[in-house]
Write a protein of this length. Sequence first.
Length: 523
Amino acid sequence: METKIFSQSEYDITEAGKIIENGGLVAFPTETVYGLGANALDEQAVKKIYAVKGRPSDNPLIVHICKKEDIYPLVKEVTDEAEKLIDEFFPGPLTIILPKSDKIGNTVSGGLDTVAVRMPENETARRLIAAAGCPIAAPSANTSGLPSPTKAEYVIVDMNGKIDAIIDGGDCKFGVESTVITLAKDVPEILRPGAITEEMIKKVIGKVNTSKAVLEGMSGGETAASPGMKYKHYSPKAKVVIADCDKKTYEDFVNSRQNAFALCFENDNVNIPKVTFGKENDDLSQAKELFAALRRLDKMGAKKVYARIPHTSGVGTAVYNRLIRAAAFTVIDLKKPFTIGLTGQSGAGKGYASEYLKSLGFNILDTDKYVSMIYQNGGEINEKLARAFSPDIIKNGKIDKKMLGQIVFSDKEKLNTLNSIVHPEVIRLCEKDAKVPSVLDAPQFFEANAQEKCYKTICVCADSETRLKRIMKRDGITKEQAKKRINSQFDEKYYKEHSDFVIINNGDEDIKIQINSVLEEIL
Ligand code: TXA
Ligand code: MG
């Protein structure tokens, strides 16, 4: 089929109206995103929309009208709340759901007994509806699952050859789809956030909830109030990951990444390939540019994208709602002081893992080094230790490690006292020096409760015989001494249960492959 490209001229709009009237499909601009329209009262025409988009048949469409009063024939009743919302926000980026009238067929409503109605603010959209002489059912004019089109050129990419016509109306004003609110429940509920925010709606009708699914993924058994929310959405081909952190941390993080793209704000200091989506404190600019940015990333061939997290207030809620779906709900928490916690029992060969991570650009914080530093430098911690154990452990202003070891290693309670004095200071110093992406390399990881400070924890494990041999060789001690050392630590089961990932290192395994696959999964 040849797809005609129409302008916004009187003649073209009249032609487009005729196509809709005769059961055809026309894509048209709205103030949110481009819509793919058909006569809402013509079941056969509406079915074509689902086919062309590849849209699941249980995902209902929004019915677009050009005059406020046109809502009356489509719904059972216009409630007081609906009346207030219509007065305030029609025409505009708000969609209202009400119990449907007999005029609405099952295809438009996806089998539900409600209908979604919206009166667009965009004049071309309203002129088209008027020219067609019928309400227009229209989802966003993208292939199902792809980012919604905010420019005619993106509609052409997805729909050329599949629909009758596309009206080119330039860039969409808001760039994210309308706010969807259902009034078919006891308390009105926002099912999809948009440019009309919860606060704005609250001012008009008082009580309103926002569906939990707006910012969270749907878990397996849940049924969606809005069927559209259960599907993977807005997804570019690239794997998108949201980095939850401040500007500086984001910059440090992405600048350390290779073979990745940044999806960031205009003034971010990023020196890997990047695409921006608006300005940091301007949620409207982010909304306007997000979908185009996602499409640009695909065009640039991005495979891995790290996205800057938007503020989730006001229109930012809508931006985050779209972005987190584009990211298939993958968020990495870089607000924790350390990106990765690395631990393992004595002799497990944690050092190899640490060295490899260092070669990949991770900032390694070796707690052993910090402990030595503390013992060397004297200071308040060492005075505390002297008070707790014996003044004799200080020699020339430094802690005598050997003597301290003799005191604590055979006495569990004393060892705990030592840990409770030294660990917090070690973690504090590491935190001060940490720069993302960082690795907290700590043998006494769990003893120090360090897992709470790390985004993910990896432990390195090896068979006990292997570990014994390594310790004997490394420290020149007997098997008995080595056993004693191992027995003073948590057992392997504990390490495994409390870590996110386990890496095996008996000597034959490839540590790099194992670490690469962990990194692929978490970053
Ligand atoms: O801004 C917009 O709303 C754009 C422009 C073209 O108007 N349209 C749009 O349509 O975004 P679509 O189909 O991509 O998204 C409609 C959303 C879907 O999540 C759908 O499940 C939900 O609205 N929806 C429609 N009718 C519903 C109903 N009766 N009950 C619950 N959810 C409904
Ligand atoms: Mg859509």
